[in-house]
Design a protein around this ligand. Structure first.
Ligand SMILES: Nc1ncnc2c1ncn2[C@@H]1O[C@H](COP(=O)(O)OP(=O)(O)OP(=O)(O)O)[C@@H](O)[C@H]1O
Length: 336
């Protein structure tokens, strides 16, 4: 112990600890960002925040997250959309450093699920530096093509079909101007084509089952923009993956799917709603399952998306849950 009453380790932690912030210099006002962090780092008794800008390169957020880790911060804060948050989470997952999230993307599905303030950067920064730590599940995805496997981590959802078409075909510039409405045209095209993909699916290392579906999605967060509920049973820290297949035969099937997702979005918010939804009759075009691991072997390579970003084509996909695999900073009132 020293005269001040701190052990040497505690004192060093007190002096050295700081936040490292990963940000896109073109999408934030850097001066007001620095001001807001200076205020919040004092409240949190942290040293000066380190700011690391991303680049336009595909791995820009990953390179920035690695640099952030090297500074040994007490919290890493990612500013961006679900894609940026995913890349940072992939880099820091398993490192026991909390992730603060400042949502500035289009869907911000992870931030919505966690109750992190949207459209209010000051409050989100306050939560990132002075909020509570919460453990959530991460998902490891092995993407296979031509005998090669790429390993990634995601937090929201991964999909083949509708959402992969959406991620690959949405015009990024249009998205910056009109938000999630930019998804409408790619969705309409994918629905209009209504191409179904054949695959073999293995749930929790069980029996291999053939399926044919337009869309296969597996995830940890169930809500979509526009108040749609895609995965009604998804809970971000239950140690389970939630998967859905969409296999409508035509426009009537799609209409039924959209209305179920819309009704789900409404019922999810009202008392007793989830029970009503669970009791609703199931139908062939929309089927759900839960698992800890899931393997998909496609008859032909298909595009895939992870947390809204396109990851090219895959012929195999294996996903497994890492229960409590990531610590995130959330508003205290969302967990206490
Ligand atoms: N310094 C930079 N210059 C130019 N582009 C950048 C820079 N840093 C990041 N980007 C680009 O910004 C995009 C990430 O921005 P953002 O976090 O808003 O989007 P996102 O995570 O894809 O979210 P959403 O899909 O919800 O809009 C990536 O396409 C990335 O290449």
């Amino acid at each position: 112990m020293t005269d001040s009453g701190f052990s040497v380790r505690e004192q060093r932690t007190f002096v050295d600890s700081h936040a490292a912030v990963i940000y896109n210099p073109h999408s934030v006002n850097v001066a007001s960002l620095r001001d807001a962090f200076t205020r919040e780092e004092k409240i949190a008794s942290l040293g000066p925040t380190i700011f690391i800008a991303t680049t336009a390169a595909d791995d820009g957020a990953i390179v920035a997250a690695r640099e952030a880790l090297e500074s040994n911060p007490s919290v890493i804060v990612a500013i961006g959309g679900d894609g940026t948050i995913r890349a940072v989470a992939e880099t820091i997952q398993g490192r026991d450093i909390p992730l603060g999230i400042i949502p500035t993307g289009t869907g911000n599905l992870l931030a919505r699920t966690l109750g992190i303030p949207l459209m209010d950067m000051k409050r989100a920064i306050h939560v990132a530096l002075n909020g509570a730590d919460r453990l959530i599940d991460a998902v490891v995805a092995d993407l296979g093509l031509d005998g090669h496997t790429r390993r990634h981590v995601f937090l929201v959802m991964a999909g083949i079909g509708l959402d992969a078409d959406m991620a690959a075909e949405t015009d990024g510039r249009l998205k910056k101007h009109i938000g999630w409405l930019a998804y409408v045209a790619p969705i309409a095209q994918s629905v209009g084509r209504n191409r179904h993909h054949e695959a073999v699916v293995v749930v929790d290392d069980g029996e291999a089952r053939p399926i044919k579906a337009h869309t296969m999605i597996v995830g940890n967060c169930g809500s979509l923009p526009g108040n749609l509920l895609l995965l009604p049973e998804a809970v971000i820290d239950d140690g389970l993956l939630d998967a859905v297949i969409l296999r409508p035969k035509g426009p009537g099937g799609w209409a039924r799917i959209w209305s179920r997702l819309a009704v789900g979005g409404v019922l999810h918010r009202v008392k007793g709603g989830p029970q009503i939804l669970r009791a609703a009759p199931t139908f062939h075009a929309l089927r759900y399952t839960q698992a800890r691991t899931l393997e998909v072997r496609l008859h032909s390579p298909q595009r895939i998306e992870l947390d809204g970003d396109s990851f090219g084509a895959v012929s195999t996909l294996r996903v497994s849950i890492v229960h409590n695999g990531l610590t995130v900073r959330v508003p205290p009132e969302t967990i206490f």
